[in-house]
Design a binder for this molecule. Structure first.
Ligand code: FES
Ligand SMILES: [Fe+2]
Length: 381
């Protein structure tokens, strides 16, 4: 057998790698609004260790964890009115990394203007804190999404940071692309979530769909249709929006409507990721209540044997290994969406390498909200 290989350019996310640089051209959620407070909070994103905090003026900051003086972590720092003070020698940094004080130096620090703690711009929206970790001159506008801007009666937006729809821990120990590709894999639904583990979602989703894949202005779009016994057609549209957006309507099909939530896959590093979700809800905690149960139990309450008997997305995706071995895959007709998504990602890697802006970024503050096609719809035949 040949030596196994994974496609490093599509999966690896650290600074200077092709995908790392593509991902750094977009905003990523790195925490819930409440994560930024007066106690420093650890964040790991795209392979970088960072510290999130909120100064006394209410301004959130995201600094590199290692202090630019002699490298201890700012995790043990103290949040003050003007910024975060390192515990070791007391250098004080504001939310943009400016060094305001060097208390051990003559006159409070004669070279404090010459040092700068690495920092990233933040914006808060939809209950989430978004960071931009790319070149400042290329910083796009943080997009607005119509499905989180336009409310139906009684709705408001709620954010959640623990959601792998099917259950699992907050931090998933495998490469982010394994989850992202799952969005354009509608055929796993009737197998993994339909027959294998009993109908995990709804019987409507358990039958094999007719599927078409297409590229969209934002990524890849999947149309699945299922003819119902009464002759009507259940049409489901899901979208993978670059770079990491999971635009998937409720698989429990509570109502026939436009998509109610967006998930962002945050690559923590090459071999782990987490998901942030923001969605329209009618009651606090609705996103949490959407979590699947298996055999009547939550994922974390199951025994090892129950995980084998009732596997879900976590088992299937983590089961592909820390980074799946791309050189050993065998693609069929049903994998067209995955191949399309990889081609789209590959094209955007090339666009960035050639100095162009990747798809979906906008520098226009007045740009209208992004409207997705995603949703569950019932049509007359
Ligand atoms: S290591 Fe942070 S102030 Fe010295
Ligand atoms: Fe799934």
């Amino acid at each position: 057998m040949r030596a196994p290989r994974h496609r490093a350019e599509l999966t690896e996310v650290t600074r200077g790698t092709p995908m790392g640089e593509l991902l750094r051209r977009y905003w990523h959620p790195i925490g819930l609004v409440g994560d930024a407070g007066e106690v420093p909070h650890k964040v790991r994103a795209l392979g970088e260790d960072l510290i999130l905090f909120r100064d006394a003026k209410g301004c959130a900051g995201l600094l590199h964890a290692r202090c630019c003086h002699r490298g201890t972590t700012l995790y043990y720092g103290k949040v003050e009115e003007k910024g975060l003070r390192c515990c070791y020698h007391g250098w004080l940094f504001d939310t943009q990394g400016h060094c305001l004080e060097q208390p051990c130096e003559p006159q409070g620090g004669l070279f404090k203007d010459k040092v700068r703690q690495p920092w990233y711009p933040l914006e808060e929206r939809y209950g989430l804190i978004f960071a931009y970790m790319g070149p400042l001159t290329k910083k796009p506008v943080l997009p607005r999404y119509d499905c989180l801007e336009t409310m139906d009666a009684g709705e408001f937006v709620e954010a959640d940071d623990t959601s792998l729809g099917g259950g699992g821990p907050a931090i998933i120990p495998c490469n982010w692309l394994q989850h992202y590709e799952n969005i354009v894999d509608p055929f796993h639904v009737p197998v993994l979530h339909g027959s294998f583990s009993g109908p995990q979602f709804t019987t409507m989703m358990a039958s094999m769909p007719q599927v078409s894949f297409e590229t969209s202005p934002r990524g890849v779009l999947v149309r699945s249709t299922r003819r119902q016994e009464d002759g009507k057609v259940f049409a489901r549209v899901t979208e993978a929006g670059l770079p990491t957006l999971r635009v998937v309507p409720n698989p429990r099909v509570a109502e026939f409507a436009r998509v109610e939530s967006i998930g962002w896959v945050l690559p923590i590093d090459d071999t782990s990721f987490r998901i942030y979700v923001a969605g329209r809800v009618k009651q606090q905690g609705d996103i949490d209540r959407m979590r699947s149960k298996f055999n009547g139990k939550f994922w974390w309450d199951m025994t090892e044997e129950e995980h084998q008997r009732f596997p879900g997305d976590y088992e299937a995706q983590v089961g592909q290994g820390p980074i799946t071995v791309h050189s050993e895959e065998h693609f069929g007709q049903s994998d067209r969406g995955i191949l399309m998504l990889r081609r789209v990602l590959q094209a955007e890697l090339e666009a960035v390498a050639a100095g162009r802006d990747p798809i979906g970024v906008s520098f226009d503050r007045e740009a209208p909200s992004v409207v997705f096609e995603a949703g569950n719809f019932m049509r007359e035949a």
